[in-house]
Ligand binder design. Structure first.
Ligand code: FAD
Ligand code: NAD
Length: 479
């Protein structure tokens, strides 16, 4: 008889959420995880809680408070003298937030009767999981179902091998105890922009080298263009079409060679962050005889319901296709748990919100104008600038816009794209509208509290039919 109904390998936001939902559904569940926290003890929560979403947002918050007081304090009538960042305190606060949240998951596991098995899991045939514990001892556990949720790790570049703290990946850049004078980031993706912003706000001169000619190609181009303008205005030196070719660590820091349209270039900085994407943790996850199929980029191959080619074995989160986002993995975890319990797999891949937690925040859900053009769908666009929002003005933060895109024939909302203050909170309303197959007319008829940033979403929805109240507008329509 199997030891468990379900064994989950990996306790990041995909795996731990899957385990909790399995336990709620009455399934006997164990979770195998190998993460060792900063204090040297096993920790739950994976990348997201330990070195990802949460610690980066903690430092983004601290650095934003500092910069706001520094740059806007006087305007708001807040006098300050001798203001300076206390970076060790910021790191300490960040670590406290992390340890409270990872400890919280351990409590949730206890409350739900989930067994936490510490060590590295390897899938064998017949859904046996061999766990190598922290001392090297091995033990086999069997289950009726196995959920693989081992996440991802930073991609390394041969030309920029990591050092203790001069050349680092995202994890290293979350632990610097002082502000480097100059920082270079390779990659102007989400991590490059978020961590580049943290250190720029605290006083570093930050240069970002991006190999591609385009900036944030997955983002609606109008929003991405405004983002690039804002980030450059803040002092982030973003060089597009710049490919790093070599690095040399010196006593003074690191020399970086790169090529761009002007030819070979070099720059010297104190620190370098490599942020060029993440790779799925599939290496050694399954013994060859299990015949777990990987795709050409090493993601575990799954169908629309997260089922692998091995019966009774599922895979979720960063380990499989789709955006590498915590909430995407968590919802796959819930959907797989419910599928195992005999329910249907409920996951809408067309309605996953994305957020870049810079200032202004960039948030979106659904299709961009570029998507719709390539799909030859006629669409209407309503745009409302935060410059016309009373709340954004009162906050002294009236930058960016909300853009609502609808189907011209049906009025159905196809995409919501925002650059502006706290847009991560506003985009959720777009997600809700789209999940309910909402139209811009539905949103137009809803009452939004005044004064809120959400009113800008209301106005953008009105704008898709040329009805915005607080700007003179004409809807943009493709027919
Ligand atoms: P992970 O969180 O990577 O967890 C996998 C777990 O499996 C780990 O604990 C690992 O130790 C364990 N494991 C791996 N192999 C084995 C094995 N063989 N045996 C046992 N255990 C194993 N996403 C967002 O949605 N919002 C954000 O704001 C955000 N910010 C981020 C900031 C940074 C700096 C980074 C790096 C990432 C960020 N992400 C963000 C991405 C997010 O962290 C990931 O999408 C998410 O953590 C993926 O969840 P997961 O459960 O699939 O994998
Ligand atoms: P990314 O894919 O977002 O960006 C990597 C960037 O590096 C790309 O623009 C790419 O063109 C560039 N690049 C690749 N190789 C290069 C090279 N040799 N030289 C110069 N540029 C190069 O990856 P990331 O920023 O590392 O983030 C990894 C994942 O983590 C993302 O998929 C993201 O979804 C997730 N994440 C999400 C959040 C969030 O939701 N707020 C925050 C951080 C990370």
């Amino acid at each position: 008889m199997a030891d468990y109904d379900v064994i989950v390998i990996g306790a990041g936001p995909a795996g731990y959420v899957a385990a909790i939902r399995c336990a709620q559904l009455g399934l006997k569940t164990a979770v195998v995880d190998e993460w060792i926290g900063k204090d040297g003890k096993p920790a739950l929560g994976g990348t997201c809680l330990n070195v990802g979403c949460i610690p980066s947002k903690a430092l983004l918050e601290s650095s934003e408070i500092y910069e706001t007081v520094l740059k806007q304090g006087a305007q708001h009538g807040i006098k300050h003298k001798g203001l300076e960042p206390d970076v060790p305190q910021m790191i300490k606060r960040k670590d406290q937030v992390v340890s409270e949240l990872t400890g919280g998951i351990a409590q949730l596991f206890k409350a739900n009767g989930i067994q936490w098995i510490q060590g590295r899991g390897c899938l064998k045939p017949e859904r046996v999981v061999t766990v190598t514990d922290l001392d090297g001892g091995q033990k086999d556990y069997s289950a009726k179902n196995v959920i693989l949720a081992t996440g991802s790790c930073p991609i390394e570049l041969e030309a920029a091998p990591l050092t203790d703290d001069i050349i680092v990946n995202s994890s290293g850049a979350l632990d610097w105890e002082s502000v480097p004078k100059s920082v270079c980031v390779i990659g102007s993706g989400v991590i490059g922009l978020e961590l580049g912003s943290v250190w720029r706000r605290l006083g570093s001169k930050v240069t970002i080298l991006e190999a591609m000619d385009s900036f944030l190609p997955a983002v609606d181009s109008q929003i991405a263009k405004e983002g690039l303008r804002q980030f450059k205005k803040q002092g982030l030196d973003i060089k597009l079409g710049a490919r790093m070719t070599a690095t040399k660590v010196t006593k003074a820091g690191v020399t970086i060679s790169y090529s761009d349209t002007d030819g070979e270039q070099s720059m010297k900085v104190d620190r370098l962050i490599v942020a060029v994407g993440r790779h799925p943790n599939s290496n050694g996850l399954a013994a060859p005889e299990t015949e777990l199929l990987l795709d050409e980029r090493d993601f575990v191959h799954v169908n629309d319901q997260c089922e692998t080619m091995v019966p009774g074995v599922y895979a979720i989160g960063d380990l499989v296709r789709g955006p590498m986002l915590a909430h995407k993995g968590s919802e796959e975890g819930v959907a797989v748990a419910e599928l195992i319990a005999g329910q249907s797999f409920g996951m809408n891949y067309d309605c996953i919100p994305n957020v870049i937690y810079t200032h202004p925040e960039i948030s979106w859900v659904g299709k961009t104008e570029e998507d719709l053009k390539s799909e030859a769908i006629d669409y209407s666009v309503g745009v409302f600038p935060f410059a016309a929002s009373g709340r954004a003005k009162a906050m002294d933060d009236a930058i960016g816009m909300v853009k609502v895109i609808t189907n011209t024939d049906t009025d159905k909302i196809l995409g919501v794209h925002i650059i502006g203050p706290h847009s991560s909170e506003v985009v959720g309303q777009g997600v809700m509208a789209m999940e309910f197959d909402g139209t811009s007319e539905d949103m137009a008829r809803m009452i939004f509290a005044h004064p809120t940033l959400s009113e800008a979403l209301h106005e953008a929805a009105l704008g898709a039919n040329g009805r915005a109240i607080h700007i003179a507008n004409k809807a943009k329509k493709t027919k």
